[in-house]
Design a protein around this ligand. Sequence first.
Ligand code: NAP
Length: 250
Amino acid sequence: MKFADKTVLVTGAGSGIGRAVALGFARQGATVVVAARTRDPLEETVRQIESAGGRATATTVDVTDSASVAALVGEIVERYGRLDIAINNAGVFTMGSVTDLPESEWTRVLEINATGVFLAMKHQVAAMRTAGKGVIVNVSSNLGAHMHVPGLSAYAASKAAVTALSRTAALEHIGEGIRINVVSPGPHDTEMSMRPGETEAERETRMKEQVPIGRVGSLDEITGTVLWLASDDAGFAVGNDLVVDGGTSL
Ligand SMILES: NC(=O)c1ccc[n+]([C@@H]2O[C@H](COP(=O)([O-])OP(=O)(O)OC[C@H]3O[C@@H](n4cnc5c(N)ncnc54)[C@H](OP(=O)(O)O)[C@@H]3O)[C@@H](O)[C@H]2O)c1
């Protein structure tokens, strides 16, 4: 029960990595607030947490909207007294080279993936400052700061921004007791790691070629990494960008 008495916010917790991480924190005793734009998948995450004996609530948020993020953080502080841990995981994937990608798609992806993390930290740090402590883990990607693949221009740029922004913010706020780190996953077992029209068997074959370990990461593995970075066991880890990608970017 490493997170007993902790209030944890997980953005993008309506599916995939965010849902798994939310379940992981709840299993370790945390009260979890799950947030994303669409209510039904969030309610399903809450249902799964509660049926495993945990505590969670769902709040809708659009991470590109500062007022929406401020309202979410304000609601958490009002209801639970403080925000101990925030996992900024909400994100979208897109494919398209510099010449192919519509300008509107560039803007959409940068706003969700990069501006979304900026706005989240802006409001979370303000709340954590009042408490004099807090932990933030931002979910980036191995694509961006660590490796470059043709056709992933906006996604890679947005995720490189998450890495640079997080490491800068880590230096800005560690003196106030707020510890910020980044995790950069490679392909994990969610819809996002499937190419359009690809079956799981086809993805498995592609992973054998592209990933040195020969498979996608499991949701338990990425959950374990995020929980470790957020825990006191990683209390001296500041501004790390922890790559968990089965060796892909080596
Ligand atoms: N899966 C992988 O292989 C992989 C690899 C590297 C990095 N990552 C990163 O890991 C994170 C999670 O990926 P995933 O595979 O779990 O994706 P996913 O299943 O598609 O989940 C993404 C979550 O983000 C939410 N979201 C999207 N736009 C949002 C917005 N504007 N405001 C609030 N929430 C928003 C989605 O809900 P709504 O649409 O309802 O808002 C959803 O809950 C992403 O940041 C992704 O880039 C994933």
